[in-house]
Design a binder for this molecule. Structure first.
Ligand code: NAP
Length: 429
């Protein structure tokens, strides 16, 4: 199993751990009330206070810790969580239990925000949505499996042991995070004011409303509706558990399904977001990559905005004359990725070597000059300083039309480097 898979598993484990800690109180309400000599309604305040502290503290802790290393911040918050949860296990009075719940509530939301940040940094673009849906599924798995297990432990032993079990899971999770997380992730440092700018975007409110209503619907079942189902609607306790289990399983399945959706056919929406960013002055110029003419036409027809550039695979084995012309006709600059064929055999082609000899240039320079004379902007990658310098030194010679045609003739029907056909990429389905 590769490292990314391990990282994904540990992220889901974090969500599971947080979910168990969040929901466990609901499963052991009556046991706590009995032992601490308080009413069930009073213990119910633990749920309300936890949720209130969680909601208020999450954005603040996230914004305040923004300037510190994400790795160190996450590990610190995990240790605080560990202490808070263990204190819940040790609590022998309602006050101590309340304090321990507040400690975990303060850090739990920030922990999941940081996990999401790491997930975006680590996951390849096409796997991001899927990973996020898995992480959220971690909460559902906690409510479906973790809470009943915790309740069973509480019934058979004591509710303290249910919290101790979460402490064990937290210790394992801490160890795995320490081992698997990158110590450095790309980090944009913005002021608090900059971050509050987000609140001017109505899409943020739509996102918040969506999560708010989904969570309210979901958790109302586990807390307030649960007693009504037995007392009012006459469900037996056994069938109630099955019912809640079914809701949880459906939640997990739908989470997984939602992770698959964003991959498909959203490129016009993504383009619109880039147009918005340009309108707000956040970026100057916008372009696309690996777009075929039909994709370009859809963007132009639906948004009225033509990309400045289309970055596509072009090199002597994959000449792309048709797409180059299609870009040109739409006023789009063609940019070539892997313009040297990624150091492939194209560099050894006799036609190119002969031209290099004729013009006293290296083969890379001949290929790059071929691109520029076709009106293409090549973006070669070069680690070697000599290559970097020579790749800029292209403009003191010119290939003839016949020489350009001779390089064009090297194109092969199966010339793509990795067979990366944009039409087979899921985003365009
Ligand atoms: N949009 C996309 O879907 C997409 C896909 C793939 C790649 N890209 C981008 O395309 C860019 C370049 O692609 P690439 O790295 O795949 O291939 P590339 O630029 O065609 O080839 C890079 C290789 O060519 C060598 N090289 C550079 N200059 C040379 C010269 N003058 N003579 C001989 N060899 C030379 C480099 O060696 P040294 O390093 O030793 O100098 C390196 O091994 C990257 O920025 C990449 O991110 C985009």
């Amino acid at each position: 199993m590769n490292k990314y898979r391990w990282q994904a598993i540990v992220f889901v484990l974090v969500a599971f751990m947080l979910g168990c800690n969040e929901f466990i109180v609901v499963g052991v309400l009556s046991d706590i009330a009995r032992e601490l000599h308080v009413s069930v309604a009073t213990v119910g305040y633990l749920v309300t206070i936890f949720a209130t502290v969680y909601a208020i503290s999450t954005p603040f802790i996230t914004i305040l810790t923004n300037r510190f290393s994400r790795y160190k911040t996450l590990m610190t918050l995990m240790v605080i969580f560990l202490i808070g949860n263990t204190l819940s296990g040790l609590a022998n009075s309602f006050t101590v239990l309340l304090i321990s719940r507040v400690i975990t509530a303060v850090v739990a939301g920030a922990i999941i925000s940081l996990i999401m940040t790491f997930a975006s940094a680590i996951a390849p673009r096409e796997k991001r949505a899927n990973l996020v849906s898995w992480i959220f599924a971690g909460f559902s798995i906690a409510s479906v499996f973790g809470v009943p297990i915790g309740t069973a432990i509480s019934t058979s032993y004591s509710w303290h042991d249910a919290f101790y079990l979460i402490t064990v899971i937290s210790l394992i999770t801490c160890g795995l995070l320490g081992w698997l997380l990158p110590k450095q992730v790309e980090q944009v440092q913005g002021s608090i004011k900059n971050q509050l700018v987000l609140l001017a975007d109505k899409r943020i409110y739509i996102g918040i409303a969506l999560v708010l209503f989904t969570a309210a619907t979901m958790y109302a079942y586990y807390t307030y509706i649960r007693p009504i189902l037995t007392t009012g609607l006459g469900f037996s306790t056994a069938s109630l558990n099955w019912l809640l289990f079914l809701i949880g399983v459906m939640n997990i399945l739908c989470n997984r399904f939602s992770g698959m959706l964003p991959k498909r056919d959203h490129y016009v929406e993504a383009w619109q977001a880039m147009i918005d960013a340009r309108t707000r002055g956040l970026i100057r110029s916008i372009g696309v990559s690996n777009f075929e003419p039909e994709h370009l036409d859809r963007l132009i027809t639906e948004t009225g905005v033509t990309p400045a550039v289309n970055q596509i695979e072009v090199h002597p084995y994959w000449v792309q004359e048709a797409l180059r012309t299609a870009n040109f006709q739409r006023g789009i600059v063609t940019e070539a990725w892997s313009p040297l064929g990624r150091g492939s055999a194209a560099l050894q082609e006799p036609v190119i070597r002969d031209l290099a000899g004729k013009y006293q240039k290296n083969v890379g320079q001949v290929i790059l000059r071929w691109h520029t004379q076709r009106g293409i902007v090549p973006i070669p990658k070069a680690r070697n300083l000599k290559h970097q310098r020579s790749n800029l030194d292209l403009f003191d010679f010119s290939l003839t039309a016949d020489e350009i045609a001779a390089i064009n003739a090297l194109s092969k029907p199966d010339g793509r480097i990795d067979g990366q056909d944009p039409n087979e990429y899921e985003e365009f389905d």
